[in-house]
Ligand binder design. Structure first.
Ligand code: CP
Length: 351
Protein backbone atom coordinates (compact mmCIF):
# COMPACT_ATOMS: atom_id res chain seq x y z
CA UNK A 1 0.00 0.00 0.00
CA UNK A 2 1.41 3.39 -1.06
CA UNK A 3 -1.64 5.64 -0.46
CA UNK A 4 -4.84 5.01 1.51
CA UNK A 5 -7.66 6.42 -0.61
CA UNK A 6 -10.40 3.77 -0.43
CA UNK A 7 -10.49 0.86 2.02
CA UNK A 8 -11.43 -1.35 -0.94
CA UNK A 9 -7.86 -0.92 -2.26
CA UNK A 10 -6.42 -2.76 0.75
CA UNK A 11 -6.04 -6.52 0.72
CA UNK A 12 -7.35 -8.47 3.69
CA UNK A 13 -3.73 -9.36 4.51
CA UNK A 14 -2.73 -5.66 4.54
CA UNK A 15 -5.60 -4.87 6.91
CA UNK A 16 -4.72 -7.82 9.17
CA UNK A 17 -1.15 -6.50 9.41
CA UNK A 18 -2.34 -3.00 10.30
CA UNK A 19 -4.76 -4.41 12.89
CA UNK A 20 -2.05 -6.62 14.42
CA UNK A 21 0.17 -3.56 14.82
CA UNK A 22 -2.70 -1.46 16.26
CA UNK A 23 -3.44 -4.25 18.73
CA UNK A 24 0.21 -4.30 19.85
CA UNK A 25 0.27 -0.50 20.16
CA UNK A 26 -2.86 -0.55 22.36
CA UNK A 27 -1.22 -3.07 24.72
CA UNK A 28 2.36 -1.73 24.60
CA UNK A 29 2.43 1.89 23.40
CA UNK A 30 5.89 2.47 24.90
CA UNK A 31 7.43 0.11 22.31
CA UNK A 32 6.39 2.49 19.50
CA UNK A 33 7.59 5.84 20.90
CA UNK A 34 10.32 6.35 18.25
CA UNK A 35 8.81 4.59 15.24
CA UNK A 36 8.30 7.91 13.42
CA UNK A 37 11.19 9.83 15.01
CA UNK A 38 12.19 12.65 12.63
CA UNK A 39 9.15 12.13 10.38
CA UNK A 40 6.70 14.91 9.59
CA UNK A 41 3.02 14.65 8.75
CA UNK A 42 1.13 17.37 6.85
CA UNK A 43 -2.50 17.53 7.99
CA UNK A 44 -4.53 19.44 5.38
CA UNK A 45 -8.07 19.87 6.68
CA UNK A 46 -10.29 21.77 4.25
CA UNK A 47 -13.35 20.80 6.33
CA UNK A 48 -14.04 20.83 10.10
CA UNK A 49 -12.90 17.86 12.17
CA UNK A 50 -12.35 17.03 15.81
CA UNK A 51 -11.61 13.30 15.93
CA UNK A 52 -9.81 12.68 12.66
CA UNK A 53 -7.56 15.74 12.81
CA UNK A 54 -6.70 15.44 16.50
CA UNK A 55 -6.29 11.67 16.45
CA UNK A 56 -3.93 11.88 13.44
CA UNK A 57 -1.97 14.64 15.18
CA UNK A 58 -1.70 12.77 18.47
CA UNK A 59 -0.97 9.51 16.66
CA UNK A 60 2.09 11.11 14.99
CA UNK A 61 3.22 12.74 18.26
CA UNK A 62 2.92 9.43 20.15
CA UNK A 63 5.16 7.83 17.49
CA UNK A 64 7.84 10.50 17.99
CA UNK A 65 7.05 12.47 14.82
CA UNK A 66 5.71 15.97 14.28
CA UNK A 67 2.83 17.61 12.44
CA UNK A 68 2.13 20.81 10.49
CA UNK A 69 -0.77 21.89 8.32
CA UNK A 70 -4.02 23.79 8.43
CA UNK A 71 -7.52 23.33 9.76
CA UNK A 72 -8.74 26.28 7.69
CA UNK A 73 -7.69 26.40 4.02
CA UNK A 74 -8.17 30.21 4.06
CA UNK A 75 -4.98 30.44 6.09
CA UNK A 76 -3.01 28.97 3.14
CA UNK A 77 -2.49 29.97 -0.50
CA UNK A 78 -5.59 27.95 -1.38
CA UNK A 79 -7.37 31.24 -0.59
CA UNK A 80 -5.35 32.92 -3.40
CA UNK A 81 -6.54 30.31 -5.91
CA UNK A 82 -3.71 27.78 -5.73
CA UNK A 83 -4.74 24.48 -7.31
CA UNK A 84 -4.87 21.22 -5.40
CA UNK A 85 -2.05 19.90 -7.60
CA UNK A 86 0.29 22.78 -6.72
CA UNK A 87 -0.61 22.63 -3.02
CA UNK A 88 0.19 18.91 -2.96
CA UNK A 89 3.45 19.37 -4.93
CA UNK A 90 4.54 21.96 -2.34
CA UNK A 91 3.41 20.09 0.75
CA UNK A 92 5.02 16.87 -0.44
CA UNK A 93 8.32 18.82 -0.58
CA UNK A 94 8.08 19.34 3.17
CA UNK A 95 6.31 16.27 4.60
CA UNK A 96 6.78 12.50 4.76
CA UNK A 97 3.04 11.78 4.64
CA UNK A 98 -0.04 13.87 3.79
CA UNK A 99 -3.36 13.46 5.60
CA UNK A 100 -6.18 15.33 3.93
CA UNK A 101 -9.88 15.98 4.45
CA UNK A 102 -11.89 17.84 1.84
CA UNK A 103 -15.51 18.52 0.88
CA UNK A 104 -14.72 17.40 -2.72
CA UNK A 105 -15.26 13.76 -3.57
CA UNK A 106 -12.18 12.14 -5.06
CA UNK A 107 -9.77 14.85 -3.83
CA UNK A 108 -7.43 12.44 -2.04
CA UNK A 109 -7.25 10.27 -5.15
CA UNK A 110 -6.42 13.42 -7.17
CA UNK A 111 -3.71 14.39 -4.66
CA UNK A 112 -2.16 10.93 -4.84
CA UNK A 113 -1.46 11.45 -8.58
CA UNK A 114 0.94 14.31 -7.82
CA UNK A 115 2.43 13.51 -4.42
CA UNK A 116 5.98 12.28 -3.78
CA UNK A 117 4.83 10.95 -0.41
CA UNK A 118 1.89 8.76 0.70
CA UNK A 119 -1.54 10.42 0.85
CA UNK A 120 -4.22 9.40 3.33
CA UNK A 121 -7.88 10.12 2.67
CA UNK A 122 -9.22 11.52 5.94
CA UNK A 123 -12.70 11.99 4.42
CA UNK A 124 -13.60 13.24 0.91
CA UNK A 125 -17.07 14.80 0.89
CA UNK A 126 -19.83 12.21 1.07
CA UNK A 127 -17.63 9.60 -0.59
CA UNK A 128 -15.18 7.65 1.64
CA UNK A 129 -13.49 7.78 5.05
CA UNK A 130 -11.18 4.74 5.22
CA UNK A 131 -9.38 5.57 8.46
CA UNK A 132 -12.73 5.84 10.27
CA UNK A 133 -13.25 2.30 9.03
CA UNK A 134 -9.94 1.33 10.62
CA UNK A 135 -11.28 2.73 13.90
CA UNK A 136 -14.53 0.79 13.41
CA UNK A 137 -12.89 -2.55 12.60
CA UNK A 138 -10.40 -2.17 15.45
CA UNK A 139 -13.31 -1.52 17.84
CA UNK A 140 -15.30 -4.54 16.69
CA UNK A 141 -12.29 -6.87 16.70
CA UNK A 142 -11.02 -5.77 20.12
CA UNK A 143 -14.46 -5.92 21.73
CA UNK A 144 -16.03 -8.93 19.94
CA UNK A 145 -12.93 -10.93 18.99
CA UNK A 146 -13.92 -11.14 15.32
CA UNK A 147 -15.77 -9.27 12.60
CA UNK A 148 -17.00 -12.41 10.79
CA UNK A 149 -20.61 -13.54 10.98
CA UNK A 150 -22.11 -10.30 12.32
CA UNK A 151 -25.50 -8.74 11.63
CA UNK A 152 -24.79 -5.06 11.23
CA UNK A 153 -27.39 -2.28 11.22
CA UNK A 154 -26.32 0.93 9.46
CA UNK A 155 -28.73 3.69 10.38
CA UNK A 156 -29.21 7.31 9.26
CA UNK A 157 -27.96 9.21 6.24
CA UNK A 158 -26.66 6.32 4.15
CA UNK A 159 -26.60 8.45 1.00
CA UNK A 160 -24.11 11.05 2.24
CA UNK A 161 -22.46 9.15 5.10
CA UNK A 162 -18.90 8.45 3.94
CA UNK A 163 -18.14 6.35 7.02
CA UNK A 164 -20.87 3.90 6.03
CA UNK A 165 -19.61 3.71 2.43
CA UNK A 166 -16.09 2.85 3.56
CA UNK A 167 -17.32 0.34 6.12
CA UNK A 168 -19.35 -1.56 3.50
CA UNK A 169 -16.26 -1.73 1.24
CA UNK A 170 -14.20 -3.06 4.14
CA UNK A 171 -16.71 -5.66 5.32
CA UNK A 172 -16.57 -7.38 1.93
CA UNK A 173 -13.20 -8.71 3.13
CA UNK A 174 -14.87 -10.66 5.98
CA UNK A 175 -17.14 -13.72 6.07
CA UNK A 176 -20.93 -13.94 6.45
CA UNK A 177 -21.73 -10.27 7.11
CA UNK A 178 -25.44 -9.35 6.91
CA UNK A 179 -26.62 -5.76 6.64
CA UNK A 180 -29.76 -4.00 7.76
CA UNK A 181 -29.70 -0.64 5.95
CA UNK A 182 -31.95 1.69 7.92
CA UNK A 183 -32.61 4.97 6.11
CA UNK A 184 -35.43 7.13 4.78
CA UNK A 185 -35.96 6.69 1.04
CA UNK A 186 -34.40 10.13 0.30
CA UNK A 187 -31.18 9.08 2.04
CA UNK A 188 -30.83 5.47 0.90
CA UNK A 189 -27.47 3.92 0.08
CA UNK A 190 -25.99 4.89 -3.36
CA UNK A 191 -26.69 2.44 -6.18
CA UNK A 192 -23.00 1.65 -6.75
CA UNK A 193 -22.77 0.29 -3.19
CA UNK A 194 -25.93 -1.81 -3.66
CA UNK A 195 -24.23 -3.33 -6.68
CA UNK A 196 -21.03 -3.77 -4.68
CA UNK A 197 -22.85 -5.73 -1.97
CA UNK A 198 -24.57 -7.91 -4.55
CA UNK A 199 -21.30 -8.63 -6.35
CA UNK A 200 -19.65 -9.56 -3.06
CA UNK A 201 -22.57 -11.77 -1.95
CA UNK A 202 -23.29 -9.65 1.11
CA UNK A 203 -26.99 -10.04 1.97
CA UNK A 204 -28.76 -6.77 2.83
CA UNK A 205 -32.26 -5.55 3.53
CA UNK A 206 -33.28 -1.92 3.25
CA UNK A 207 -35.81 -0.75 5.85
CA UNK A 208 -37.07 2.62 7.04
CA UNK A 209 -37.83 1.68 10.67
CA UNK A 210 -35.18 1.29 13.36
CA UNK A 211 -37.05 -0.30 16.31
CA UNK A 212 -38.19 -3.45 14.52
CA UNK A 213 -34.67 -4.51 13.50
CA UNK A 214 -32.79 -3.69 16.72
CA UNK A 215 -33.33 -7.20 18.24
CA UNK A 216 -31.61 -8.81 15.20
CA UNK A 217 -28.38 -6.83 15.45
CA UNK A 218 -24.86 -7.55 16.70
CA UNK A 219 -23.71 -4.03 15.79
CA UNK A 220 -25.85 -0.90 15.48
CA UNK A 221 -23.90 1.79 13.62
CA UNK A 222 -25.73 5.10 14.00
CA UNK A 223 -24.88 8.11 11.82
CA UNK A 224 -25.94 11.73 11.76
CA UNK A 225 -27.99 13.31 8.98
CA UNK A 226 -25.22 15.15 7.09
CA UNK A 227 -26.68 18.67 6.99
CA UNK A 228 -23.69 20.14 5.10
CA UNK A 229 -24.20 17.79 2.12
CA UNK A 230 -27.81 18.80 1.33
CA UNK A 231 -28.31 21.00 -1.74
CA UNK A 232 -31.98 21.53 -0.79
CA UNK A 233 -32.41 22.78 2.83
CA UNK A 234 -36.04 21.59 2.80
CA UNK A 235 -34.85 18.03 2.20
CA UNK A 236 -32.70 18.32 5.32
CA UNK A 237 -35.65 19.70 7.33
CA UNK A 238 -37.78 16.74 6.20
CA UNK A 239 -35.21 14.20 7.38
CA UNK A 240 -33.55 15.70 10.46
CA UNK A 241 -34.34 13.94 13.72
CA UNK A 242 -35.78 10.96 11.87
CA UNK A 243 -33.87 8.36 13.93
CA UNK A 244 -33.28 8.86 17.62
CA UNK A 245 -31.87 5.97 19.62
CA UNK A 246 -33.08 6.14 23.22
CA UNK A 247 -32.44 3.92 26.23
CA UNK A 248 -35.94 2.46 26.05
CA UNK A 249 -35.51 1.42 22.40
CA UNK A 250 -32.64 -0.80 23.54
CA UNK A 251 -34.84 -2.92 25.82
CA UNK A 252 -35.16 -5.66 23.20
CA UNK A 253 -31.55 -5.40 21.95
CA UNK A 254 -28.98 -8.17 22.48
CA UNK A 255 -26.91 -8.03 25.63
CA UNK A 256 -23.67 -7.99 23.64
CA UNK A 257 -24.83 -5.45 21.04
CA UNK A 258 -22.17 -2.88 20.09
CA UNK A 259 -23.67 0.59 19.68
CA UNK A 260 -21.26 2.50 17.45
CA UNK A 261 -21.20 5.97 15.91
CA UNK A 262 -18.36 7.68 14.02
CA UNK A 263 -19.36 10.94 15.77
CA UNK A 264 -20.03 13.84 15.90
CA UNK A 265 -23.61 13.14 16.98
CA UNK A 266 -26.37 15.69 16.81
CA UNK A 267 -29.53 14.17 18.28
CA UNK A 268 -29.55 10.60 16.91
CA UNK A 269 -28.43 9.02 20.21
CA UNK A 270 -29.81 10.45 23.45
CA UNK A 271 -27.31 11.19 26.19
CA UNK A 272 -28.80 8.56 28.53
CA UNK A 273 -27.55 5.84 26.14
CA UNK A 274 -23.93 6.87 26.87
CA UNK A 275 -23.93 5.01 30.20
CA UNK A 276 -25.22 1.77 28.68
CA UNK A 277 -22.24 -0.65 28.60
CA UNK A 278 -23.16 -1.49 25.01
CA UNK A 279 -22.46 2.10 23.90
CA UNK A 280 -18.85 2.06 22.65
CA UNK A 281 -18.63 5.21 20.51
CA UNK A 282 -16.22 7.09 22.76
CA UNK A 283 -13.96 4.02 22.98
CA UNK A 284 -14.27 3.73 19.19
CA UNK A 285 -12.74 7.22 18.80
CA UNK A 286 -9.80 6.22 21.04
CA UNK A 287 -9.26 2.99 19.07
CA UNK A 288 -9.16 5.25 16.00
CA UNK A 289 -6.02 6.95 17.29
CA UNK A 290 -4.26 3.59 17.73
CA UNK A 291 -5.34 2.39 14.28
CA UNK A 292 -3.96 5.65 12.80
CA UNK A 293 -0.69 5.10 14.68
CA UNK A 294 -0.43 1.68 13.04
CA UNK A 295 -1.09 3.21 9.62
CA UNK A 296 1.35 6.12 10.04
CA UNK A 297 4.11 3.87 11.31
CA UNK A 298 4.08 2.27 7.86
CA UNK A 299 3.25 5.17 5.51
CA UNK A 300 5.46 7.86 7.09
CA UNK A 301 8.46 5.55 6.80
CA UNK A 302 8.10 4.90 3.08
CA UNK A 303 10.70 6.35 0.69
CA UNK A 304 9.85 9.39 -1.44
CA UNK A 305 8.81 8.48 -4.99
CA UNK A 306 8.22 10.81 -7.93
CA UNK A 307 4.84 9.87 -9.41
CA UNK A 308 4.53 8.98 -13.10
CA UNK A 309 3.32 11.82 -15.36
CA UNK A 310 -0.46 11.84 -15.86
CA UNK A 311 -2.56 12.93 -18.82
CA UNK A 312 -3.74 16.55 -18.66
CA UNK A 313 -7.52 16.88 -18.75
CA UNK A 314 -9.44 19.81 -20.22
CA UNK A 315 -12.98 19.46 -18.90
CA UNK A 316 -14.76 17.17 -16.42
CA UNK A 317 -16.34 13.97 -17.73
CA UNK A 318 -18.08 13.40 -14.39
CA UNK A 319 -21.43 15.08 -13.69
CA UNK A 320 -21.31 14.80 -9.89
CA UNK A 321 -21.30 18.47 -8.76
CA UNK A 322 -19.25 17.47 -5.69
CA UNK A 323 -16.54 15.67 -7.66
CA UNK A 324 -13.03 17.15 -7.50
CA UNK A 325 -12.90 17.12 -11.33
CA UNK A 326 -15.54 19.91 -11.36
CA UNK A 327 -13.07 22.41 -9.90
CA UNK A 328 -9.65 21.01 -10.93
CA UNK A 329 -10.04 20.79 -14.70
CA UNK A 330 -6.48 19.62 -15.42
CA UNK A 331 -7.24 16.23 -13.80
CA UNK A 332 -7.12 13.27 -16.20
CA UNK A 333 -10.48 11.82 -17.30
CA UNK A 334 -10.03 8.54 -15.39
CA UNK A 335 -12.77 5.93 -15.65
CA UNK A 336 -13.26 2.68 -13.74
CA UNK A 337 -15.84 -0.11 -13.83
CA UNK A 338 -18.19 -0.61 -10.88
CA UNK A 339 -20.41 -3.65 -11.46
CA UNK A 340 -19.79 -3.39 -15.21
CA UNK A 341 -20.82 0.30 -15.27
CA UNK A 342 -18.40 3.09 -16.28
CA UNK A 343 -17.83 5.31 -13.25
CA UNK A 344 -15.65 8.27 -12.37
CA UNK A 345 -12.41 6.91 -10.93
CA UNK A 346 -12.26 9.84 -8.48
CA UNK A 347 -15.75 9.87 -6.93
CA UNK A 348 -17.36 6.58 -8.12
CA UNK A 349 -20.37 8.40 -9.68
CA UNK A 350 -21.77 6.59 -12.76
CA UNK A 351 -20.77 8.45 -15.95
N1 CP B 1 -15.62 10.64 12.75
C1 CP B 1 -15.11 11.77 12.24
O1 CP B 1 -14.66 11.82 11.08
O2 CP B 1 -15.15 12.85 13.08
P1 CP B 1 -14.56 14.28 12.75
O3 CP B 1 -15.40 14.87 11.64
O4 CP B 1 -14.67 15.07 14.01
O5 CP B 1 -13.14 14.10 12.30
Amino acid sequence: MRHLIDFGDLTRQEWDEIYKRADKIIDNPQQFLDVCHGKVSANLFYEPSTRTNFSFQTAMMRLGGSVFGFADPNSSSVAKGETLKDTIKMVSNYADVIVMRTPWEGAAKAASLYSDVPVVNAGDGGHMHPTQTMADLTTITRLRGSVDGLAIGLCGDLKNGRTVHSLIKALAKFQNIRFYLIAPRDLAIPQYLRQFMQEHHMPFVEVTGLETVIPQLDVLYMTRIQKERFVDPLEYERNKGIYILTRSKLDRARENLLIMHPLPRVDEITVDVDDDPRAVYFQQARFGMFARMALLSDLANQPRMTPAPVEIGTKPVCHNPRCITQTEHYLPPLVKKNGGVDCCAFCDAPL
